[in-house]
Ligand binder design. Structure first.
Ligand SMILES: [Zn+2]
Length: 384
């Protein structure tokens, strides 16, 4: 990491392990080595100078996990318009790091933090007070890392303190990495908390990928739904057998036409081509006035049986991404429950990808995409 030599050093409370501060507004310059996806399958390292402002923090990423969204960008599986609009950028938005410099009283140098990838407009522009009352994940004045804004694949993430969450001491790095994906499920659950707070409800979840698995874990460990009240429908026997805290079925072996329509609420976390099947099966087994929360991402339009949505008076919720408060709730729950930690551990791979430079990251992406493993792919950064 390099700092702007022309700045004057100040011995003040802001001086926190090597910050160089501007005379007037206490900003400093930080040079980040950005592993930039310039076009599909082409990552190049470049130095980018960023400004560390008041209430912002410099974080050196240590670990990141790879999202399907990153894989789609890397392999060029997004629409050409989307690629043209979002590249070049550093990939990765699920990760953790160590504080290297802090212009915030909330964080000290050396602290481990989870990076919150969604930065609301008010924090991005240091606006005070907030002018927009929409939550950041539904407010288009903000940015999202690795979606048109540099992600975690860089040596120095310069981030508003509000978009960092301290990792409790008893949460190891490898579990803290899983926070971001877990918050996707938690955010989805907050949209229907009025239903989840009721007694004796029956909740279903479609999807046995990491997003579905972690969302199911949220419903069990945070909302305390047990096997009697939580049913997970999946496509692969070896995946659903890992879900020992809920009742599970293979979708293919479940007769949705004959089954009782007794679900109050169903989460769809399949995405892609499976979305349509899952949503239509959900529509069949929901009670009248039931609800569906849509979590799965699809590049194409998804045909659904609107006739039965109308007849049953169903409600569909859309949910996207998550905000810093979701991270706080999830990290606290992980730190307080050994069983929750054991459940998340099942997602960890046997080995991680060590990344020193752009070439390593390209090799990692090629292998990750080729392997298509259920476990989360994890990257360990070596910046020095
Ligand atoms: Zn993701």
């Amino acid at each position: 990491m390099y700092y702007n030599k022309s700045c004057k050093r100040l011995q003040s409370d802001y001086f926190n392990g090597g910050i160089t501060l501007d005379d007037n507004n206490q900003t400093s310059q930080v040079v980040s080595t950005v592993l930039s996806l310039d076009k599909p399958e082409q990552i190049n390292a470049k130095k980018v100078t960023r400004t560390l402002q008041k209430n912002w923090v410099v974080v050196e990423p240590t670990y990141a996990s790879v999202c399907h969204a990153d894989e789609r960008y890397y392999s060029g599986k997004r629409r050409p318009e989307a690629l043209a609009k979002k590249l070049p950028m550093a990939l990765l938005h699920e990760g953790i790091g160590v504080v290297k410099q802090s212009q915030s009283s909330k964080f000290q140098v050396g602290q481990r933090v989870v990076i919150v990838p969604g930065i609301p407009g008010k924090d991005l522009h240091n606006a005070n007070p907030a002018t927009n009352s929409l939550p950041a994940n539904y407010d288009n004045t903000g940015v999202f890392m690795s979606s048109g804004y540099d992600g975690i694949a860089q040596s120095a993430v310069v981030q508003p303190a509000n978009e960092l969450v301290a990792i409790p001491d008893n949460v190891p790095n490898e579990l803290a990495i899983l926070t971001e994906v877990s918050t996707i499920g938690y955010e989805a659950s907050t949209r229907v908390k009025h239903i989840l707070q009721k007694k004796d409800i029956k909740v279903g979840l479609f999807g046995d990928g990491p997003v579905g698995y972690m969302a199911a874990a949220v419903l069990h460990y945070i909302w305390h739904l047990d096997k009697e009240h939580l049913v997970v429908f999946g496509g692969m026997p070896d995946r659903i057998e890992k879900i020992d805290f809920a009742t599970t079925y293979l979708s293919d072996h479940y007769d949705f036409d004959q089954a009782d329509a007794d679900f109050d609420l169903i989460f769809e976390a399949t995405g892609g081509n499976f979305s349509s099947t899952a949503i239509n099966e959900a529509i069949k087994v929901l009670k009248p006035l039931g609800s569906i929360v849509l979590m799965g991402v699809s590049e194409n339009l998804v045909p659904i049986d609107t006739r039965d949505v109308l007849e049953k008076g169903l409600t569909l919720y859309g949910t996207s991404r998550s905000v810093a408060t979701d991270f706080q709730v999830v990290l606290k729950a992980i730190s307080e429950s050994e069983a929750y930690q054991q459940t998340l551990k099942k997602l960890l791979p046997d080995q991680v990808y060590a990344v020193h430079d752009a070439a390593d990251l390209m090799t990692a992406f090629q292998e990750i995409i080729a392997r298509n493993d259920w476990h989360k792919a994890i990257i360990e950064f070596h910046w020095h």
